[in-house]
Every structure is written in structure tokens, then in C-alpha cells.
Design a protein around this ligand. Sequence first.
Ligand code: NDP
Length: 448
Amino acid sequence: MTLTVLNPATEQPIAQLEQAGVEETNAAVARAKAAFPAWRSVAPTDRARLLRRLATLVEEHTEELARIESQNVGKPISGARGEVEMVANVFHFYAGAVDKHYGETIPVAGGVDLTFREPLGVVGLIVPWNFPLNISSWKLGPALACGNTVVLKPAELTPLSALRLAELALDAGIPEGVVNVLVGKGSVVGARLVEHPDVAKIGFTGSTEVGREIMRGAANTIKRVTLELGGKSANVVFDDADLEKAAAGAPYAVFDNAGQDCCARSRIFVQKSVYDEFLTALIESTAAVKVGDPLDEATEMGPLISAQHREAVASFVDGSVLFRGNVPEGPGFWYPCTLVEATNEDRIAREEVFGPVAALIPFENEAEAIRLANDTPYGLSGSIWTRDGARALRVARAIETGVLSVNSNSSVRHSTPFGGFKQSGFGRELGMHALEGYSEVKNVYIAT
Ligand code: NDP
């Protein structure tokens, strides 16, 4: 069956692709399995060199990759370039990690005990539509560095950058069969990867609902899984914060990527004593977000990914709207930056909206802020704004979340661990921590 890929800013087709089914999935797994023995045996310095070459090729193709991502996802071009830069950094990092992820010798009686980091074999990587290239690299980098071969399934809506990345991997000299990309439905290709007996692990990013399905499906073959799922993160603004800075940063903490970001700090908790002052500054900075043509250098927010997704986002917004921004007329799946007053019990504060909609929730004191921030099934990211260093550490330790920033919105760096607590998933991506998820520890005892 043919898949038509759309540009969400114009609603026009930008590609027609053949979709893979179960048979093609089985064939890709077979290719990856056949390529595994040779790939795992490549000398570490050579594997590192190949990954470094891929990183360099990504750098050299920044403009092309950024345009593909911008046109397929609706991302502002300037942000898309930044994402490609991160992809290159990820491959550079894991090139450097190849020969720094090693075993131990452990003191034992009567002999020598050694541990080895063994690759898993064929790994299935299932990637969503919000950061297609970035999230692909977060999984590919450590998987390849550890000596695994991969079958990567990008989201149906956004397959183009992953296909180009696979071509660059071949150009870099990574052998045929090591990186396989399949365009197809999650319910067909994704589900087959999850059940396939020759796939050792699934690295998944996406919705919590599909994450549950993957966990259930993986049980049959005791597959390893890493799940990076939804979020409902808190942005906690204390009355001793630099309010101007917090209000200037808050829109990008939730409207970046049009809010289609698992790290979106979509619950903004503000201490009551500064609520009005903060709200005035927040409305001002939200009104300044430039929404429009993703290929315009000045644009800061593009459209949502699809008409269906826009409907889902709109269903969250009811009467208590504090601010609603402007969107371009004409085609495109636009949705305005929206601020809503809410309580932590409202649907908008419980469920992942995945759009440019933030819920503002007042709080009295530090204890209440922590209680409210933690009163959610999710635990992915979050921010705290305060000038009190002791409070920053105290609250950072108390909030149940995998990634937290103080006086900043930044969640993701190529060298630091990223992943969730609670129903935001488990396992860590990025940094040296990700290598744990793509290798097994083998223990060998030698009697002497
Ligand atoms: P999904 O979880 O459905 O999609 C993520 C990936 O999983 C896609 O590649 C998808 O394929 C695939 N997939 C879907 N069903 C299965 C299955 N049964 N087995 C294996 N793989 C499968 O996310 P949606 O795109 O539907 O988005 C829905 C909501 O999920 C969003 O509104 C948001 O709340 C959340 N989300 C969270 C993300 C995050 O970064 N944590 C990313 C994306 C979404 P296909 O291409 O066919 O859809």
C-alpha cells in the first residue's frame, strides 16, 4: 500500500512511499541478523571511526536534513538546524564511547572474574513523529556503538529524515544490513518487531498507551524494552524567582515544537503571592511567540502534525482561557498558543495535551508545590524557578521526575541521561547511561 506524506504547514503531499508489511519486516530482521556477527566483530576503533564519519556526514548535510524535518514535521527551520546539530553530537559522543564502555575484573577466590559488555543482537527501534531524526539518533547511537544491528521504524507521518539518515549511514561505510529502516504502520511493522523472536530488544518512544502494548507484547519473548513515554511536567515558579526570566522562558518550555514534546512543562505552578505579576509577564511573552511558515527564519512555532491531532488538542480547551494567540489563515494544521487557568484535578492538568496549551495553577507554599507537581501518573521532566539554592536542591530531590532543570527549561543534552519515572517509562537514553540499555553484562570466571 502507498503512503502519502504531508507537509503539515501546507497540507500538501511531499512524498509517496511504499509501506512495509509483515513480510518486509521479517526480511529486514533477517538482514539485520545476518549482519550482526560481522558488525559486532568490527574492531572498536573502526566502529568508532564509522560512527564519527556518520556524525560528520550529518553535519555536512545539516541544511538538507533540517529542511526535510521542517517540511515533514512543521518545525521552524532554525530549530530544525539545532536538532540536526544535536544528532551529529550524538553520533560523535557514541563514536567516542565505543572503547570506553568496558567490563571489570572482580576479586574472587581461586581464580579471576571478568565482565564483558555484550551486544544484544538485532534491536527494534520505534520512533514517534515529534522529533523523528533526533529520537532516531538517541537510539541508533548507543545501539550501534555497542555492536547491535537495528531495524528502525519511524512514525508513518514522518518517515523522511530516517530514510535519509540510513542512506548517510551507508555513505559513511556502515555495512549493508546494519541499519534497516522500515516505513509502515505501528500496528503492523511495529507490532511484528515487538513479537519477532529474533529481535532482542525494543527501544520505544511514544504514547503511554502504546508503551503498555509493547510491554505486554514483549513478555512473550522476554524482550528487553526501553520506554520513553508521555509527560505532564511541572514548571514551578516560586515567589523568590527572577520572574522576568521565568516568564520569558515559560512559553518555550511548553510551546516549543508546538507543544508536541514529551518534556513540555504544561502545568505551570505559580506561588499565589506573585501569580498576577507572573501572569501579566507570561501573557506578554506568549503573545510575542512568532507563529507561521516553518521555513521563515524568524518563525518560532509551526503547525501541529495533523488535522486529527489538532482536534484532539482542541478538545482540552474550555471556558477558562486566559490568553489565546494568533495563527496564520489558510491551509496548515495551526493551533494558537493558549493559556488556561486550571486546578490540578482538571483533565487539562491530568492528561498529555501534546499541543501549545499550558495550564496555570496557583499554589500557597513549597510543600503544596511539591505535592501538586507529584500528583500525576507521569514523571518525565520539569523546572523549578527560585533564587534560593537550598530550596532548589530540596525541591529538585522531592519531585518525582527523571530530568529536572533549575532556572532553565533545558532537558536534553547528548551527554546526560534522559528518561522517565512512573508512567513516563523506564530506561535511560543519551549519555553513557544509554549504553546499559543496548548491552548485556556477561560474567566469566577463570579458575587459576
Ligand atoms: P504512538 O505511541 O501511537 O506512536 C509512536 C510510534 O509507535 C509510531 O512509530 C507508531 O507507528 C508506533 N506504534 C503505534 N502502535 C504501535 C503498536 N501497536 N506496536 C508497535 N508500535 C506502534 O503515538 P501517536 O503518534 O499516536 O501520538 C499519540 C499521543 O502519544 C500524542 O498525542 C502524545 O500524547 C503521545 N506521544 C508522546 C511522544 C513522546 O515523545 N513521549 C511522542 C509521540 C506521541 P505509526 O507511525 O503507525 O503511528
